[in-house]
Design a protein. Structure first.
Length: 469
């Protein structure tokens, strides 16, 4: 098509020939940007209205375009249409199919005053806005599940760990809520990001702004944006909003992966703190006894994929000059993949967490192992007037004695306690239980039952305030 716009593309007039096969294959993007069709349809309807208001399209032509766009939308939803082999991208496809529907005079006029550059910068923001709401909704449900499971746990205790070694006893409820709070921060991150994302690049044209006086602010309002980006160069070429979105999806994955890692470990025979429901586990093709935590493992594995999507985009963006560069085509697939990954992982994690059996007796049996009450003994000595430095040394000697004798702290006789230090009186035994240990942690944010109850109530109220759907 020498000297004409290439079919399924939006360029061609200055070229003496069409693109090579290799050029077409490399340039083609309909295999991934097809999911942006609804946003292209909405933006094209708003753009056509703006053209009419500017006097560049008649009322009859506008009505024809809007009717055609509505039908195309229905056909897209029913999967009655698909991109053709010749379509370079979703923009070229829409112009081609519109021309087929309404003729070249009307269909070909819609390109006026806009560029693929400002279009795609707008569409990715719209896509992220919509999908972030879906992700946010599932995060809220995950937090609610953790709140519910913490309430079920009551005042049961378990080992708390640092360096994955026994440290101090904590309430099971406190542990569960500790995994909920990062997810709440992820919700807040989405909300903060959404404000920065909610401005429209539409009207920026290729880079310098539209030259036909089209009402970009009206189009922004029609598409649900709060305003228009202040600089057309920035609007058409910046992707920091995309990078920030990918960071948030990655952080969500990391927060879920941390919990997934613990579920893998704590459901093992060595721990036995938790048991998987049959419907959220898999078996082995060879070993009949196996019950594998595949959801947790896949969550852990797919988080690496999310990290890769973020770092890949950052590497693409790090040295791009103003304004638009074709490298920016690489922003969409990481976003699509990260969204698909989270929307696959999160419901599975929610079901697994909701259906876990928590083996409280096993956790309570282990809660005081590994001399995890040692700090409570040291604190008790401090309350008796012993400087903490000395208390730390005394309890260290007590631990060494118990370790050499194969005893737990509470198993020492009164005589053994006194032989280590006269400060280790029989009254010291009052802090040598898991229940006494957690009760002493009554400061704000502590694991004492009353503090955990307050924490859970505050978290539940916060989640209710965040659930705006």
């Amino acid at each position: 098509m020498s000297g004409q716009t290439h079919e399924g593309a939006l360029w061609g007039g200055r070229f003496g020939s069409g693109p090579s096969y290799e050029m077409q294959r490399l340039s083609k993007s309909t295999h991934f940007d097809w999911r942006l069709v609804p946003y292209d349809l909405d933006a094209t309807a708003a753009h056509a209205t703006a053209l009419k208001e500017r006097g560049l399209m008649s009322a009859d032509a506008l009505a024809t375009v809007l009717s055609a766009l509505e039908k195309i939308g229905h056909d897209f939803q029913s999967e009655a249409i698909a991109p053709g082999e010749q379509d370079e991208d979703v923009h070229g496809w829409l112009e081609r199919i519109l021309i087929e529907a309404v003729g070249p005079a009307i269909g070909g006029s819609l390109r006026a005053g806009r560029s693929r550059n400002d279009q795609i910068a707008t569409f990715i923001r719209l896509y992220m806005r919509d999908t972030s709401r879906a992700i946010r909704h599932i995060l809220i449900e995950l937090v609610r599940i953790l709140i519910s499971r913490s309430e079920e746990a009551g005042e049961r205790v378990m080992p708390g760990r640092t360096h994955f070694q026994h440290a101090q006893p904590v309430l099971v409820a406190h542990y569960l809520l500790a995994h909920a709070w990062p997810l709440v921060r992820d919700i807040s991150r989405i909300d903060d990001w959404a404000k920065r994302n909610n401005v429209s690049p539409y009207g920026g044209g290729a880079l310098a702004g539209g030259g036909l006086g089209i009402d970009a602010e009206g189009i922004a309002r029609e598409l649900g944006f709060q305003g228009v980006m202040e600089n057309s160069l920035d609007g058409t070429s910046s992707r920091d909003s995309v990078a920030e979105f990918l960071y948030i999806t990655t952080q969500i994955g990391i927060d879920l992966s941390r919990l997934a890692e613990e579920i893998v470990i704590l459901t093992s025979a060595e721990f036995g703190y938790m048991s998987l429901h049959d419907s959220y586990a898999t078996g082995s093709s060879m070993m009949p006894q196996k019950k594998n935590p595949d959801i947790a493992e896949l969550t852990r594995g797919k988080t690496g994929r999310l990290i890769g999507n973020l770092t890949g985009l950052l590497a693409t963006l790090k040295a791009l000059p103003l304004a638009y560069n074709r490298d920016l085509q690489e922003d969409k697939e990481p976003v699509f993949d990260s969204v698909d990954t989270l929307l696959l992982v999160m419901p599975a994690m929610a079901g697994m967490i909701a259906s876990l059996t928590l083996n409280y007796e096993r956790m309570e049996e282990q809660a005081t192992k590994g001399f995890s009450l040692a700090t409570d003994v040291a604190d008790f000595l401090v309350e008796q007037g012993v400087p903490f430095r000395d208390a730390h040394e005394i309890v260290g000697q007590l631990v060494a004695h118990c370790e050499s004798k194969g005893l737990e702290l509470h198993e020492c006789s009164d005589e053994e306690l006194a032989s280590i230090s006269p400060h280790l009186t029989p009254a010291t035994r009052s802090v040598m239980t898991a229940e006494a240990s957690v009760a002493r942690k009554s400061g704000v944010g502590g694991t004492a039952p009353d503090q955990v109850a307050k924490q859970r109530a505050a978290l539940a109220a916060l989640i209710e305030s965040l659930d705006t759907d």
